[in-house]
Design a protein around this ligand. Structure first.
Ligand code: C2O
Ligand code: CU
Length: 457
């Protein structure tokens, strides 16, 4: 990064053996893995060869895949080994991603390996979405947000030392600069037309507050599991680690020469977690504090077009809600701090593939899972192998970014703010076996805020 020596990274490289050419597009200027495009209904086979000096796995974040191809820590790929996984693409169109999910004897390696570069985008396309003719090709912007710290010799710096390292582990790693697609945010020449901006928070721990520099509302059209039923305008949109947002950015009223920035805005002062972490972040390291304001992408209008595509009023034709009622089983999870060792869920931490009785569910069942956060920090909770609906939130702090939390549509990761209780509804469809649920703050996850659950047939 920057002038001087290149930074050493770990990265995914791909070679397409069979299939349409656009399945794999490399990101030559970035450490990010190639962007993979799949069609719903297609079957894929992927050979994963590990040339790293340690165990790794590849997890298809958000995809509904069988347990044994999910890239779980129980199925590591040893150095020098190749693993072949195959699955049918069952999910509707959406932006997904893949990353390491390795867990060693000393703890998780997800934070380190993803930080070193082991992450990439995976896009699922289908006819339902194609029929909407949303902006595509050059009019679709993919944005992977990640924060990094570089040493003077350009090497990546992960957890700090001493006190700093303790802080980094407790809050999750925060870098001192934010990268978009593995590079400093750039200026992009655009025309007076709408753009589809698809954003992944691929950071270890940073939460973004997406907003436009001129204060215009953010029009959200999709989330983790694809398009929303209809567009939603928000003053800003919150994006937590592992989450995705699909944004309609309309520049049709602009003039050539105008610019618009997509930024991450400041969190309101006094917000419990933000305020607290801002202070501690500065104490621990020079990390860019959580809740600072900084640019993510700059759009510069260079061309004026006469016609412009309208935003479709209806986006999703698929069922958008899992039916729940007063008989739906509710399973509660208490997120609580463990002295000096991170966080626990119902008092438990990662324990290999051990599953407690209350972590067993039945194939075909619909359940509500309720996460109650009794810690002073936000936790983005992720459940493997499915997409869920957010049923509701209670508690929490009125200041805690509520206006920007996009809860409609389908999700695989939900942000649970301090003191808040969040309910999500899901159906365990199609596959039985072991799956994982965890906090996607990678340092929390690596420190044991992760458990297996079992889907029993
Ligand atoms: Cu993004 Cu358990 O994963
Ligand atoms: Cu967490």
């Amino acid at each position: 990064m920057g002038p001087g020596a290149p930074s050493e990274v770990w990265r995914y490289r791909a070679e397409l053996l069979k299939g349409p050419k656009n399945t794999v597009s490399e990101n030559p200027d970035s450490y990010l893995g190639p962007t993979i495009r799949l069609r719903r209904g297609q079957t894929v086979k992927i050979h994963i060869h590990n040339e790293l000096p340690e165990d790794t796995t590849v997890h298809w974040h958000g995809l509904h895949v069988p347990s044994d191809v999910d890239g779980q820590p129980r199925l590591p790929i040893r150095p020098g080994e190749t693993m072949t996984v195959g699955f049918e693409v069952l999910d509707r169109a959406g932006l997904f991603w893949y990353h390491s999910h390795a867990h060693g004897k000393q703890g998780g390696r997800v934070g380190f390996q993803s930080y070193a570069g082991l992450a990439g985008l995976l896009i699922v396309e289908d006819e339902e979405e194609a029929d909407l003719k949303l902006p595509s090709g050059d009019n679709e912007l993919l944005l992977v947000l990640q924060d990094r710290t570089f040493a003077g010799n350009n090497e990546l710096v992960y957890l700090g030392r001493g006190m700093g390292s303790m802080m980094d582990r407790m809050h999750g790693f925060l870098g001192d600069r934010v990268l978009a697609n593995g590079a400093p945010p750039t200026t992009r020449k655009v025309a007076t037309r709408p753009y589809r901006i698809r954003v992944l928070d691929g950071s270890n721990a940073r939460i973004y507050k997406l907003a436009w520099s001129d204060g215009r509302p953010v029009t959200v059209i999709g989330a983790d599991g694809g398009l929303l039923q209809e567009p939603e305008d928000r003053p800003y949109a919150v994006l937590a680690p592992a989450q995705r947002l699909d944004i309609w950015g309309d520049l049709s009223e602009f003039q050539p020469g105008d610019t618009l920035e997509l930024i991450s805005d400041r969190f309101r002062a006094g917000m419990m977690s933000g305020g607290m972490m801002d202070g501690m972040g500065m104490m621990g390291s020079n990390a860019l504090p959580l809740g600072s304001r900084f640019p993510l992408a700059r759009l510069e209008v260079s061309k004026s077009l006469k016609a412009s595509e309208p935003l479709p009023a209806q986006l999703g034709v698929q069922r958008q809600k899992i039916p729940v009622n007063s008989n739906t089983r509710i399973r509660s999870f208490e997120l609580s701090p463990v002295m000096m060792r991170g966080f626990a869920m119902n008092g438990r931490r990662f324990d290999g593939t051990n599953v407690a009785d209350d972590e067993k569910v039945r194939l075909g069942d619909t359940e509500i899972w309720e996460f109650h956060n009794s810690t002073p920090m936000p936790h983005p909770m992720h459940i493997h192998g499915l997409q869920f609906n957010v049923v509701g939130r209670r508690g929490g702090n009125s200041d805690s970014l509520q206006q920007g939390l996009v809860d409609s549509g389908w999700h695989d990761t939900v942000l649970v703010m301090p003191r808040e209780t969040v309910q999500v509804a899901m159906k365990f469809e199609r596959f039985d076996g072991l799956y994982i649920y965890h906090c996607h703050n990678m340092e929390h996850e690596d420190a044991g805020m992760m458990r297996y659950f079992q889907v029993q047939s």
